[in-house]
Design a protein around this ligand. Structure first.
Ligand code: HEM
Length: 480
């Protein structure tokens, strides 16, 4: 049975994530309103908001997945409460430092902080860059220790080969690895690899910063490290959400629990390799990068998404097709999230195809696809978990009206918001413009439409926020 401590800390994670999510959506809407010329922000304010929005979103949906996985992992192995609390404290401290660097110090080199941008004098305070780097270090320490601790707990019970479910690739395996453990293990390998890369990257940044000009980094190496870290963490957080779905979808639907089969084991082991090599597609325009790596980037981009998506969609399809299942807000969110994940994934594969990338590179097609599998994919996985968790320990009755209105608002708001990005991408409107020049005036109208639909999406999130926070506060004040 879950201990009271894990229930409480999971409640704190949920409230923290939802609070930061609402604030970050507001920043997103302000950006779209500025691009739509409804409001007028200075470029520095726009880019500080964009940096805050991007990194906060990536951070919160990563920790949301980790908190959910940590909670559910208790079903199989004991996890470290101290590592969980440590990660929470460092996440909150990191957010305070990071927001101070952007809101007060006006650091605005985007969440990708691509070298050498953070070192350029772009009108921010002189201390803003170092504070930003410190905030990343704080996040990195907390998250790395948390991930290593979860992996260590898995390896205390399962051998390495069992944790990757290799025995399921043979006939009649004697030990069963639950899909949740397999997917979590595959994901943690990627998470740890990209967080270690972030440490190397930060050391190189610090080395140049404190060298007084005697040490200068190699820009291509820095870009490779940055995208290995950034692309990988943004993808791995989706897989944390999928681990939750494999654990809970059947359970909340009143169906038999999903088991690891040979093809589930094979697909996730293949994903492990390809996810780590797909980031090369971020370097297509860096022509000095050896051509072979660009080809690896394209192939891995296809192969990273296909096996995991294939088996997950197949499993969900089998679970719901011509079967009477118990629908609730939780599994409806999971279902809708899988659709968003697949649609966004297709958008990503289109963009990662070299011949298309020549046209779509750095257009609004990029935020279009990654917002699809985040705002209408991974976010829904975590919201499904939040809702399920909060209704486990508080009085609950199925409120059909609440469920229908939330889903309708999310669907209408999310679709309209994303379409405005996709149409912008197809019209070759560049991404990351604070305002559009007269030649790109279609971008202005699309941005305003995007802001209106994003507001509808925000209303759904606020409904969630009040419903779930109320329940989590009750869990926090309970004694059992
Ligand atoms: C309705 C909710 C959201 C709104 C209104 C919104 C809005 C925006 C806008 C306007 C941009 C800048 C687009 C451009 O390049 O011109 C942006 C970038 C971004 N958004 Fe969102 N977004 C939302 C949800 C999310 C979610 C759920 C995530 C989760 C990961 C996310 C992550 C990002 C990232 C990583 C960037 C890139 C920032 C950068 O380029 O440095 N957003 N968003």
């Amino acid at each position: 049975m879950e201990s009271i401590k894990i229930k409480k800390i999971t409640s704190v994670w949920i409230i923290t994530v939802l609070l930061l999510f609402v604030a970050s959506i507001v920043l997103g809407i302000l950006m779209r309103l500025n691009q739509g010329e409804v409001i007028s922000q200075s470029p520095i304010t726009f880019y500080s908001n964009m940096t805050t929005h991007g990194l906060t979103m990536i951070g919160i949906w990563f920790v949301a997945g980790m908190a959910a996985v940590n909670y559910l992992m208790q079903r199989y192995v004991k996890t470290s409460y101290t590592a969980n609390v440590f990660a929470l404290v460092l996440t909150v401290v990191g957010v305070v430092l990071f927001w101070a660097s952007t809101f007060v110090g006006k650091f605005h080199a985007a969440w990708t902080f691509l070298y050498p941008l953070p070192f350029k004098d772009m009108g921010s305070e002189t201390w803003a860059t170092i504070l930003f780097l410190i905030s990343l270090t704080v996040f990195g320490i907390g998250w790395l220790i948390w991930s290593v601790s979860l992996m260590a707990q898995i390896l205390k019970k399962y051998s390495i080969s069992q944790s990757f479910a290799w025995q399921h690739l043979t006939k009649n395996p004697t030990v069963e690895t639950p899909p949740f453990i397999l997917i979590t293990m595959v994901t943690l390998v990627g998470v740890i690899a990209c967080l270690i890369t972030a440490v190397v990257l930060l050391v190189l940044f610090y080395a140049e910063y404190f060298s007084g000009g005697s040490f200068v980094n190699d820009a291509l190496l820095m870009k490779n490290l940055t995208y290995f870290f950034g692309h990988t963490i943004a993808n791995e957080m989706l897989y944390l959400g999928l681990a939750v779905i494999y654990e809970l979808f059947a359970e909340v639907s009143g169906r038999p629990k999903w088991k690891t089969t040979w093809y589930v084991a094979l697909a996730w082991n293949l994903s492990l390799v390809f996810i780590l090599t797909a980031f090369f597609h971020h370097l297509y325009m860096d022509f000095v990068q050896p051509e072979g790596l660009q080809i690896v980037g394209q192939l891995a981009s296809y192969l990273a998404s296909l096996p995991a998506a294939g088996v997950t969609v197949f499993s969900i399809f089998i679970a719901v097709y011509r079967t009477k299942i118990k629908w609730s807000l939780t599994n409806l969110l999971f279902f809708m999230g899988i659709a968003g994940w697949v649609i966004g994934g297709l958008g990503a594969v289109i963009d990662s195809t070299i011949s298309n990338n020549i046209v779509l590179h750095n257009t609004l097609w990029v935020p279009a696809h990654f917002h699809t599998y985040n705002a209408m994919g991974n976010v829904l996985f975590s919201l499904g978990f939040f809702y399920w968790f909060s209704t486990q320990f508080t009085a609950y009755f199925h409120n059909k009206k609440f469920t229908n209105s939330i889903l309708a608002l999310l669907l209408i708001g999310g679709t309209g918001f994303l379409l405005a990005f996709y149409v912008g991408g197809a019209e070759s409107i560049p991404r990351r413009y604070s305002t559009y020049p007269a030649e790109l005036s279609v971008g202005v109208n699309l941005a305003t439409i995007g802001a209106v639909f994003a507001t509808i999406y925000l209303i759904a999130i606020l409904m969630f926020f009040f419903n779930i926070t109320k329940r989590c506060l009750k869990i926090l004040s309970s004694t059992s």
